[in-house]
Ligand binder design. Structure first.
Ligand code: NAD
Length: 454
């Protein structure tokens, strides 16, 4: 099939390459000229394991290319919209400027019968509104002058995890289609295919593996995505709330998580207490969900998400507090090394990253903060050029009095008291992800501080 993917960021670029791998002809369209040039040259604009390989492989087949020109969308049967929906600075709502702009730019190039499939995470009601926009503009579009079957809008939320994006796109644990034609009102054109039939053709290879597929209305599909993220955020903040109680009682939250996690109704995943969640999705999605629920007069239903957010932000503050305590009450002019800048390992994404936040706060308190990350230094530097970045772990810790591990990259998890002691004068480690063996570090003479651990 001929497809476009509008917006080639973390989601869209991976989706475009993955769709080409499924055998489709794909044009990725983005307004960012530099990004498009890089992608066409086979260079990944961001760090995502496995993506460079699939990008280069698919460019070489000739089935995948990238463009800044929406006219290149004209031949496609299906258009995926994967542009950003960041948080509005003023009120926490989702900023739909980019989604609206993408739909407006695309509409003049839609051919009769085309399907526009939203993948961006949007407030419930957005898809129905955009379907009306497309329907209203269709008769005005010069090239088609109202002829032929009007294009339709569907919503197909994306659940990929950064760090596993290629695998999650090619082997999703489920597919969700939100469609307006669940029960076609117009049976007079039986020849035209339903939106879900078209999506089934796009994902035929994935569906052959018995991947669960849920076809529902537009509103449910939009809500599936935000409620999944709300649930995950709540689970993380639940265990972080238990960490706060553990800190007041001398209990150990990691043992608590293991013990409750054995209950299959609870499960151990997402029960790692630490510096909390971040990234380009969970924080902004729970805030946008809260704002949307309030607009709908149902603010009370998700009021708990404000507490989920507050607990999450308090954990960053707790890491800062531990650093202060470790330096005798102030970090002013003390040397602190921060290991990790990305919001999670195997990514260079620093959007709303707890690690970067901790580094910035300690720097603001007058500390000599030296931060490092295997992949995210450049993305962090763009946002916070005032920080001191070290290219390697060794350089970051060379003068440190305190070392703080905030992003659990494999190479930081593999640190031992001996290997780190050889690189730094510090003998205090703050394990903001509870990934180190506390007893081993203490036994080797280090002061070890975890979150929610005695
Ligand atoms: P991103 O910021 O990495 O990418 C967005 C891209 O859209 C950018 O390259 C930008 O230049 C482009 N863009 C903006 N306006 C455009 C326009 N009018 N026309 C064409 N391109 C335009 O964002 P992302 O992380 O890829 O997220 C995209 C959407 O997917 C968001 O709604 C996000 O919530 C959702 N999502 C992201 C993930 C993830 O892990 N990153 C997972 C699931 C869902």
């Amino acid at each position: 099939m001929r497809l476009t993917v509008i917006g080639t960021g973390y989601l869209g670029a991976v989706h475009a390459a993955a769709m080409a791998k499924l055998g489709h002809e794909v044009v990725g369209i983005d307004v960012d000229t530099a990004k498009v040039a890089k992608l066409n040259a086979g260079e990944e604009p961001f760090h995502e394991p496995g993506f460079p390989e699939v990008l280069r492989e698919q460019l070489a087949t000739g089935r995948l290319r990238f463009s800044t020109d929406f006219a290149d969308a004209a031949d496609a049967d299906v258009h995926f919209v994967a542009v950003g929906t960041p948080q509005r600075k003023t009120d926490g709502r989702a900023d739909l400027t980019y989604v609206d702009a993408a739909f407006m730019a695309l509409t003049p190039y839609l051919k009769p019968g085309a399907l526009v499939v939203g993948k961006s995470t949007v407030p419930v009601g957005t898809a129905a509104r955009l379907a009306e926009v497309v329907a209203a503009r269709w008769p005005l579009v010069a090239t088609h002058a109202g002829g032929g079957e009007a294009p339709r809008v569907a919503w197909n939320p994306e659940f990929l995890r950064e760090g596993f994006a290629v695998k999650d796109t090619l082997e999703p644990d489920r597919l969700v289609y939100g469609v307006a034609d669940l029960e076609p009102a117009d049976a007079s054109s039986p020849s035209s295919r339903s939106a879900s039939e078209i999506l089934d053709e796009v994902y035929a290879q994935i569906l052959q593996r018995d991947t669960p597929r849920i076809v529902t209305d537009l509103a449910t599909a939009e809500l599936v995505k935000v409620s999944a993220n709300a649930f995950l955020a709540t689970k993380i903040s639940f265990i972080n709330a238990m960490a706060e109680i553990a800190e007041a009682t001398g209990a150990d939250v990691t043992t608590l998580a293991d013990a409750i996690g054995f209950d299959s109704r609870i499960g151990r995943k997402f029960l790692n207490a630490g510096a909390g969640f971040g990234g380009g999705c969970l924080p902004k999605d729970i805030r946008a969900f809260t704002a949307r629920a309030e607009e709908l007069g149902r603010g009370d239903s998700v009021a708990f998400l404000k507490e989920v957010d507050a607990i999450n932000l308090r954990r960053r503050e707790r890491v800062v507090q531990l650093a202060l305590e470790s330096c005798g009450g102030t970090v002013y002019q003390h040397h602190v090394a921060v290991l990790g800048l990305a919001f999670k390992p195997d990514s260079d994404d620093v959007r709303d990253s707890p690690a970067l936040d901790v580094a910035v706060r300690l720097n603001g308190l007058g500390g000599h903060v030296c931060a490092t990350d295997p992949q995210a230094i450049e993305t962090a530097r763009r946002l916070h050029p005032q920080l001191d970045y070290a290219p390697t772990l060794a350089a970051a810790v060379a003068e440190a009095e305190v070392v703080i591990l905030v992003t659990e990259w494999a190479e930081y998890k593999a640190l031992t008291p001996e290997s780190l002691a050889a690189l730094t004068p510090a003998r205090t480690i703050i394990d903001a992800r509870n990934v180190l063996d506390a007893a081993a570090w203490r036994g080797a003479g280090w002061t070890y501080r975890g979150l929610g651990r005695p």
